[in-house]
Design a protein around this ligand. Structure first.
Ligand SMILES: [Mg+2]
Length: 249
């Protein structure tokens, strides 16, 4: 019998990745709003209002009040949209996100998958979008804020609380408990002090582009810290363009 290289056996390890600013250089809700406009799902007037809110979100940071306001306004615009159309929207959003993903974070994510670990994205962003982004990266799955679908249509309501702060830690703990995995063997990656509950709940926490409060905490706790520069995104895009040119030559 010849020896076939086999797929890595799944190890009892999960790596959790936040999306906004950790994996994506930007805010996923903003990408969602732009794509919804392009597909004619929301109006320009809606988007102008949403864009203003998203800008506030960027300037003030991830305060839960503002975040929920942005989420609620943004999501209310999508009420009445079919689940099928939302899926199409997610595909469009994820395609727009690809050039804005941090190459370094994506590389770390891939290394976890290569090692046979499960990789889960955990984000405030709607669940259908977290799942679509996870699928595009070959990750195990995505956990986001749950949208209520009734008769194949988004009702404008949510199935649970915003997937933020302690909610992320609780979702991660449930997932690990279901699998019988030890949190001490697991990893979490985030940029925000709001994710301290998740980061503190696993054996290895890594902070990426941390806000000031999280950077201070990470330094004290001796956590690994990655500070990424947009030049790496530009270099990656150049590389992809050159590769495309070479392959079409
Ligand atoms: Mg973040």
């Amino acid at each position: 019998m010849s020896e076939q290289p086999s797929a890595p056996r799944p190890l009892p390890v999960v790596a959790f990745f936040d999306i906004d600013k950790t994996l994506l250089n930007g805010a996923s809700l903003l990408f969602l709003a732009r794509a919804a406009r392009t597909l004619g799902i929301v109006s320009l007037r809606d988007l102008a209002r949403f864009g203003w809110e998203a800008l506030r979100f960027r300037r003030r940071g991830e305060h839960l009040g503002v975040l929920e306001e942005v989420r609620d306004r943004g999501m209310r615009m999508l009420a009445g949209t079919s689940a099928e159309r939302l899926h199409g929207l997610a595909g469009s959003v994820v395609r727009r996100m690809q050039p804005k993903l941090w190459p370094e974070t994506r590389e770390v994510l891939r290394a976890h998958l290569d090692a046979g670990h499960e990789v889960w994205l955990v984000s405030t962003t709607p669940d259908f979008l977290a799942q679509e982004l996870a699928a595009s990266l070959g990750a195990t799955g995505g956990i986001g804020t749950g949208l209520e679908i009734a008769d194949g249509v988004f009702t404008g309501r949510f199935t649970g609380p915003t997937m933020h702060g302690p909610e992320k830690a609780a979702a991660a703990a449930r997932l690990l408990a279901d699998r019988g995995y030890d949190p001490a063997d697991c990893y979490a990656y985030s940029d925000s002090i709001n994710d301290l509950p998740l980061l503190s709940s696993v054996g290895t926490a890594v902070v990426i582009n941390p806000d000031r409060e999280l950077a201070a905490h990470a330094a004290e706790a001796g956590w690994r810290m990655l500070r990424l520069d947009p030049s790496s995104i530009r270099a990656e895009r150049r590389r992809v363009r050159e590769e495309a040119r070479r392959s079409s030559a």
